[in-house]
Ligand binder design. Structure first.
Ligand SMILES: [Fe+2]
Length: 170
C-alpha cells in the first residue's frame, strides 16, 4: 500500500470493525443467555441452539459461518477500496433490515449506532479512493496497479503501460 494516509484510514476502520464485532456478539449473548427451552422453540432460535447452544458463533442470518472467503482482496488499491465501499453499504443495509424487524429499544439503539458508523466508514473510504486517484494520472486511473506496478504520478503525465516492459519481455 503506497499511501500512508490510506493506510491510516484502513487501520482506523479495521480496528473499529473489530470493536463492532464485539458489540454484536455481546448483543447476541445478552439476548440468548437466559432463554428457556420454550422460548428457544418458539423463537426460531432452535437450529442455532442445536449446534451452538448459546455460544457465540460468527455466522450470517442464514447460518453461513464467517470465513476468509468473505475477504475480497485483489491487491489493487482502487479495486479493494471499491470493495470496502460496497461492504460498508451492505453492512448499512443489513442494519436497516435488522431495525425493520426489531422492536427491542436497547438493541435498536446499538444497531442505530453501528449503522451510523458504517455510513462514516463509507465516507472515509471515499476519501481513501480520492487519495489514490489524486496521485495518479487522472486521464487513466486504471492503467496500472499503484501497489504493484511502477508508480506513474500526475507529475509523470505520460500514459502508463498496462504491462511493464520487464514483465512483457519474459
Ligand atoms: Fe464499517
Amino acid at each position: 500500500m503506497p499511501y500512508p494516509e490510506l493506510k491510516a484510514i484502513l487501520t482506523d476502520v479495521g480496528t473499529e470493525e473489530l470493536a463492532h464485532l464485539e458489540m454484536v456478539a455481546t448483543i447476541v449473548h445478552q439476548l440468548t443467555r437466559n432463554l428457556t427451552p420454550e422460548q428457544i422453540k418458539g423463537s426460531g432460535f432452535s437450529p442455532y441452539y442445536v449446534n451452538h447452544t448459546t455460544g457465540i458463533y460468527p455466522c450470517n442470518a442464514n447460518g453461513l459461518p464467517f470465513t476468509a472467503a468473505a475477504l475480497q482482496v485483489t491487491g489493487d488499491p482502487i479495486t479493494d477500496v471499491h470493495e470496502d465501499l460496497a461492504a460498508e453499504q451492505k453492512a448499512r443495509t443489513t442494519y436497516d433490515n435488522i431495525l425493520r424487524v426489531t422492536d427491542d429499544p436497547d438493541v435498536r439503539d446499538a444497531i442505530k449506532f453501528l449503522r451510523e458508523r458504517e455510513v462514516v466508514h463509507y465516507q472515509r473510504f471515499g476519501e481513501g479512493l480520492r487519495i489514490i486517484t489524486d496521485q495518479l494520472d487522472d486521464k487513466n486511473f486504471y492503467a496500472f496497479n499503484p501497489a504493484f506496478d511502477s508508480p506513474r504520478t500526475k507529475k509523470a503525465q505520460s500514459p502508463a503501460p498496462l504491462v511493464s516492459a520487464e514483465t512483457s519481455s519474459k
